[in-house]
Design a protein around this ligand. Structure first.
Ligand SMILES: *Cc1c(COP(=O)(O)O)cnc(C)c1O
Length: 243
């Protein structure tokens, strides 16, 4: 029963124990590594079970699906919904920034300067500051979104100057592989990019987040400095196939 509340609760416990072990190997405090529960394709009822089992941050890949789920889950959770935050981790079209800005606390996947500009304007119109990360295409895969490692340094400088975004770090999705060790050099490269941007003074003091590591490789990501891990399958089981 991949979706029963018992199995979701016990899977969460398992992932948290693995987080703790990886943090301890790296000499880090486990609470430095926040877990984003990735809920694309997962029905609201299971997200509610996850929240009741202690999950506090959820990540969605599609604006429409995300907005619908936020309202359904919020309604089911009642007062408990106040403790829950929603993040956006998918490809964000510029014309959807208007919808994403009020709904998602952190947008992990800002992949162009014009998108950042659009988010800045939408946030300004609402009188808020939108927290964002820049997505880096760390290997330069043609099929993948994100700044190249060279481009992200210049982009960070430009985007950090925008008044209604708070640039708090970098995100990456390394190439798919069965061996988590294959991701290690890419995670390390993302950390080094963050350190370079900080060292050169190109971003504000809160620029320190590294969103990296999924079900297959989150322990390696923690060892290499992740501050957000994005975990779907290990919590909710395999995603239902899209109809
Ligand atoms: C789907 C997704 C995840 C979660 O993947 P799992 O392998 O199920 O943990 C994490 N990050 C992004 C950007 C995703 O699209």
């Amino acid at each position: 029963m991949s979706g029963s509340s018992d199995s979701i609760a016990s899977r969460i416990e398992d992932v948290l124990a693995r987080r703790e072990a990886a943090a301890s190997r790296a000499g880090r405090h486990p609470l430095e590594i926040r877990m984003l529960a990735v809920t694309k394709g997962i029905p609201p009822a299971q997200v509610v079970q996850g929240a009741r089992a202690g999950l506090v941050a959820f990540g969605e890949n599609y604006v429409k699906e995300g907005l619908e789920k936020i309202s359904q889950v919020t309604e089911s959770l009642g007062a408990k919904a106040d403790g829950v935050s929603w993040h956006f981790i998918g490809k964000l079209q510029r014309n959807k920034a208007r919808l994403a800005v009020p709904a998602f606390e952190l947008i992990h996947s800002v992949d162009t300067v014009p998108l950042a500009k659009e988010i800045d304007q939408r946030a300004a119109a609402r009188g808020i500051t939108q927290q964002i990360l820049l997505e880096v295409n760390i290997v330069g895969e043609a099929s993948k979104a994100g700044f190249t490692p060279d481009a992200v340094v210049a982009a960070a400088r430009a985007i950090d100057k925008m008044k209604h975004v708070r640039l708090s770090g970098l995100m990456t999705v390394p190439p798919l592989s069965d061996d988590p060790e294959d991701s290690r050099p890419h995670f390390r490269a993302l950390r080094e990019l963050r350190d370079e941007i900080r060292r050169k003074g190109l971003a504000n003091d809160s620029f320190r987040d590294l969103s990296m590591g999924m079900t297959g490789d989150f322990e390696v990501a923690i060892e290499e400095g992740a501050t957000w891990i994005r975990v779907g399958t290990a919590i909710f089981g395999p995603r239902p196939v899209k109809k």
